[in-house]
Design a protein around this ligand. Structure first.
Ligand code: AMP
Ligand code: ZN
Length: 487
């Protein structure tokens, strides 16, 4: 049994998919106006672990992700500039070019982090017709009103508006006002009301704008996710035609915790107002990555990128390890020191895999292990099934490593178990191959040994560097020097 903490019910629940052994999974994708920072990427690693756990447990997963290339404004209050248009103006590139550039850069980073690609990637700008269909439906059912700048959703009309936050309509309105997340513009009836369609400004021309029954403009930020969910997972669209009665509930929806009170709350409102059916069964949210004193933001100057991690000599997967080492529902403080430790742990894991491969060549006789591989496997699986407890799963992995080094038995079996764990962890352990060093490298290593015996350290070191440049590392052990491929 797999347990997930469901934001909707505020408790850990046994996961049950709607269709046997099949899961529809939706992840809110990036807003593509700048490079994703490692905070954003923490949330996508969490989504990836979730997906990998489902796959590990034998589910067939249909994973859909949107790309927000229009409609996300600089303020949650439906005011301010469109983030992509703003970036386009600054860079003198078109809004479409900006979106394409940062979408590519996002998936390049995801690949470096071993984040599995979604089955369907859907751009907001490719779904304008469907947005209009959904808004027309909301209008027909009296959930909308028009102001001078757009069409708005009247949140007071939905009886359980705000349920994802655990607050009722009144309390949520009060809280948002107190937190000043949203201001009440004079024409908005309730502070929680949100735009479905915004009119293009009268005094300037937007690059991304479309005709609609209400006037030229662009969709609100939340509508794209409702539509893309309903289209690819909820089966409520036939082509561009909206068939709300056909809408099916979706298994799982993920994102960062900041999306709960506004974006996800509004996604639910837009769908449930029309379908009268639960939109999503399980809502899972990842906590933030933080710096010592501040939240990391794309628009702040404190954004750390994967590129920065690589430039400081760390591997992107060391960041993945760092993320796995904390539970997704606790905030994670990033520091150089924490990354250093993560890199060291990752190197040790890689070395362990190499040792298994080397031992497997040497140890011919398969002795039965004196430590219980089954117990470790059980502990690993129990941990991942317990609301994705990756720190505990890593601890089980480290027990495997420690026990192995004590007796060095059965390397083949231990290697297989490590690789099966890595189907969930995604640390790239399957890429580690035992490369037999060429004759030339072996000779150089021997020469270095002789120089060391003669205490000619500087010359020995020069040879070590040549060997390293050729892609091999030397490890000096009590039993002599071992040549390993550089990872
Ligand atoms: P955005 O590209 O701004 O739409 O955000 C993409 C994802 O990153 C969303 O799921 C956010 O909730 C998430 N996110 C934003 N900032 C952070 C952070 N500092 N730590 C973790 N997740 C974040
Ligand atoms: Zn979304």
């Amino acid at each position: 049994m797999i347990y997930f903490y469901n934001t909707l019910t505020k408790r850990k629940q046994v996961f049950k998919s709607i269709k046997d052994k099949q899961v529809g999974l939706y992840t809110c994708g990036p807003t593509v106006y700048s490079t994703a920072h490692i905070g954003n990427l923490r949330t996508y690693i969490f989504g990836d672990i979730l997906k990998r756990v489902l796959l590990y447990q034998g589910y067939k997963v249909k994973h859909v992700m949107n790309i927000t290339d229009v409609g996300h404004l600089t303020s949650d209050a439906d005011t301010g500039e469109d983030k992509v248009e703003k970036a386009a103006k600054k860079s003198k590139k078109s809004a479409f070019e900006i979106a394409e550039f940062y979408t590519k850069s996002f998936f390049t980073d995801c690949k470096k982090l071993n984040i599995l690609a979604p089955d369907i990637i859907a751009k907001a700008t490719d779904h304008i017709k469907e947005d209009i269909e959904l808004i027309k439906s909301l209008e027909k059912n009296n959930f909308t009103y028009q102001t001078s700048d757009g069409i708005y959703f009247d949140t007071s009309k939905l009886k359980d508006y705000g349920k994802l936050t655990g607050m009722n309509f009144k309390k949520l309105n009060k809280t948002l006002k107190a937190g000043a997340r949203i201001e009440l513009s004079p024409e908005k009836k309730n502070i929680t009301d949100f735009s479905l369609w915004k009119f293009s400004p009268k005094n300037s021309k937007r690059q991304m704008e479309w005709e609609s029954p209400w006037g030229r403009g662009f969709p609100g930020w939340h509508i794209e996710c409702s539509v893309i969910n309903l289209k690819y997972l909820g089966k409520a669209f036939k082509g561009k035609r909206f068939l709300p009665k056909k809408a099916q509930t979706i298994d799982i929806h993920t994102g960062g915790t900041d999306l709960i009170p506004i974006h996800h709350t509004n996604e639910i409102a837009q769908v449930e107002a029309i379908t009268n059916k639960r939109f999503v069964n399980f809502w899972l949210h990842g906590e933030f990555l933080i710096l010592k004193d501040a939240r990391m933001g794309k628009s702040e100057s404190n954004a750390i990128l994967i590129k920065n991690i690589e430039e400081s000599g760390f591997s992107p997967l060391s960041f993945r390890y760092l993320v796995l080492n904390s539970h997704y529902r606790t905030s994670l403080e990033f520091s150089q020191k924490a990354l250093e430790n993560a890199q060291e742990s990752l190197n040790n894991i890689h070395n362990f895999i190499l040792d298994c491969l080397i031992d497997n060549k040497k140890i011919q006789k398969k002795k039965t292990s004196t430590f219980s591989l089954n117990e470790i496997k059980k502990e690993f699986e129990k941990s991942i099934n317990d609301d994705l407890n990756t720190p505990r799963a890593l601890a089980a992995f480290w027990k495997l490593i420690k026990d192995y080094y004590q007796i060095r038995n059965n390397p083949k079996k231990v290697y297989e178990i490590a690789l099966s764990f890595d189907k969930v962890l995604g640390l790239g352990l399957d890429k580690i191959k035992l490369v037999i060093p060429p004759k030339k490298i072996k000779e150089l290593a021997k020469k270095r040994e002789q120089l060391r015996k003669m205490r000619k350290w500087a010359e020995a070191d020069k040879i070590r560097k040549i060997i390293e440049k050729s892609g091999f590392l030397l490890e000096d052990t009590k039993k002599g020097t071992i040549i390993k491929p550089k990872l």
